[in-house]
Design a protein around this ligand. Structure first.
Ligand code: ADP
Ligand code: ADP
Ligand code: MG
Length: 501
């Protein structure tokens, strides 16, 4: 056991602040790092000490392993928390942190390596009784053979980058005629975005829900799960609305999914906080998708329904303590919803928007939590992910959490950049969402930019949504996606922007 006295947070924005706050509660001294673009960020002022580590591009700052380790050495830091994104899933960084005599607040480099490859993850999990999406177990090397497999599992299929993440590196293939073209694109995207051209096939589940399980493991082999999060409201395969618990699963499914998640974690000797993601079809069959070996963006909803501070647990685990929470002591209480407030224009294909936060007023009140990293007057840098904040509500039940969310969105005033707030309000009021019928196609199926017109009354919006859904269904009853394997324009733009990071 080694007590942590000083933590460096190798991240920025809301997640940096969130970790710094917990460290302060634990009387641990804190160090923030920042790039030249983030000089005025709240996380810089919040920490006991802060060091500028380089120019705005992440490759010169937040991804600069050498510089980060140097700062740790100079300031006598004894542990690094990587947050999410940036170096959080970089096994080499975790290894170098250990070699420098520091504690990496996360899993072992070996676990990160295995789970960082979707194929290696499936291979590890295959030793346990865990359902997998039908597809190929290895990277495609022989196209004709791959086509044969695609034919056997039947189209549509997905070609996925083994190293993919953040919803990138996936192509839908509707039929065999499209196979070669989509395969070429998938490989070249995988190389340009992740530096690894390995791709594989998965059956494309046409009406799926994304449900994931939070796990915590200690360094002594104890692993527990903290129930599920439902994350099916996505744009370009990336989540925008998350909630816990999921309205779609029964206690029996929850128990079995929890068992599978613990086994996936066990398959790589996992310790720390991690998330095991599943996809669930219309018949409530669920399949293992991947494991994220880090704190997840949407972790607050789990904190609110379980009362467990996940960052605090991560720190205890990193110190070598045994988990003090036992599985049978954990109980679900109430309901929590999170919306991601992105600087994006929902009426323009969710294209990232940059600019100055002219006005920024947070909602408050009972059951409302805002995790953010910006203040009024700040410029939103173009260099990083455009997420401004997360708005989280907690209620005794789902209906109350939704009502609080609508109220909180109405209190949230942001001007200077377009945000996803209006879109999220649309979601909260939509029948498909309130009824729990929605799946990952919600945005494609039910959302049209004109619904965000504030002049439109609620019943008119609902009616317009119903009409559009009806026509969409008539036009193409089976079609799972409207974009022919292509990601929307904005996503390509973002991929370009993230290149070289
Ligand atoms: P989560 O998996 O935590 O629910 P995301 O999928 O949105 O959330 O990813 C978490 C963060 O990591 C986001 O800020 C996202 O931009 C970033 N991220 C994840 N994978 C990649 C990637 N391959 N390239 C760039 N950024 C990524
Ligand atoms: P990432 O590493 O980018 O998060 P995931 O494998 O977790 O990749 O998939 C991200 C999202 O893409 C899922 O939440 C789901 O919406 C969609 N997706 C992934 N695999 C499938 C599949 N086999 N069928 C249908 N949708 C899928
Ligand atoms: Mg995922």
């Amino acid at each position: 056991m080694s007590e942590i006295k000083k933590i460096l947070v190798a991240n920025r924005g809301e997640i940096a602040l969130r970790i710094l706050r917990t460290a302060r509660e634990m009387n641990i001294a804190t160090v923030a790092i920042f790039s030249e673009a983030d000089r005025n960020s709240p996380h810089v002022r919040y920490a006991d000490e802060a060091v500028c580590i380089g120019a705005a591009p992440s490759s010169e700052s937040y991804l600069n392993t050498k510089k980060i380790l140097e700062v740790c050495h100079q300031l006598n830091v004894d542990a690094i928390h990587p947050g999410y994104g940036f170096l959080s899933e970089n096994a080499d960084f975790a290894r170098k942190t250990g070699e420098a005599g520091l504690i990496f607040i996360g899993p072992s480099p070996e676990a990160i390596e295995i789970m960082g490859s979707k194929l290696a993850a499936k291979q590890a999990a295959s030793h346990y009784n865990i359902p997998m999406v039908p597809g190929t177990a290895e990277a495609i090397s022989d196209r004709e053979q791959a086509k044969q497999i695609a034919h056997e599992i039947s189209y549509p299929i997905l070609i996925k980058a083994s190293a993919g993440g953040g919803g990138k590196g996936m192509r839908i293939v509707e039929n065999e005629a499209e196979f070669d073209e989509q395969m070429d694109r998938a490989v070249s995207e995988a190389i340009s975005s992740f530096g690894d051209g390995a791709v594989f096939i998965e059956k494309y589940i046409t009406s799926p829900k994304h449900i994931e399980i939070q796990v915590l493991g200690d360094q002594h082999g104890n692993i527990i799960h903290l129930f599920e999060r439902e994350c099916s409201i996505q744009r370009r395969h990336q989540k925008v609305v998350e909630e816990a618990p999921s309205i779609s699963i029964t206690p029996a499914i929850r128990k079995e999914m929890g068992r599978c998640a613990i086994d996936v974690a066990r398959s790589c000797g996992y310790y720390g906080a991690g998330t095991v993601e599943f996809i669930m079809d219309e018949n409530k069959n669920f399949y293992f998708l991947e494991m994220n070996t880090r704190l997840q963006v949407e972790h607050p909803v789990t904190e609110l329904i379980t009362g467990v501070d996940l960052v605090k647990q991560m720190i205890f685990i990193a110190e070598g303590k045994s988990l003090a929470i036992k599985q049978d002591e954990l109980h679900l209480k109430g309901h929590s919803i999170e919306i991601r407030v992105y600087a994006e224009d929902p009426s323009n294909n969710f294209l990232p928007d940059v600019g100055r936060l002219e006005r920024y007023v947070r909602p408050q009140g009972n059951g409302v939590r805002v995790d953010d990293g910006f203040e009024e007057g700040m410029e939103i840098p173009i260099y990083y992910d455009p997420m401004l904040a997360k708005l989280i509500t907690y209620g005794q039940n789902r209906e109350e959490a939704i009502q609080k969310m609508i109220r909180a969105i109405d209190e949230y005033h942001i001007s200077g950049v377009q945000t996803t707030l209006s879109f999220c309000r649309f979601v909260m009021q939509h029948n498909e969402f309130t009824s729990g019928r929605f799946d990952t196609n919600f945005v494609n199926r039910f959302f049209l930019p004109q619904y965000l017109n504030p002049a439109a009354s609620e019943p008119a919006m609902q009616l317009a949504a119903m009409i559009s859904a009806y026509f969409m269904q008539q036009k193409n009853p089976e079609k799972p996606s409207q974009n022919n394997g292509e990601l929307p324009q904005s996503s390509k733009w973002k991929t370009q922007r993230l290149k070289g990071i």
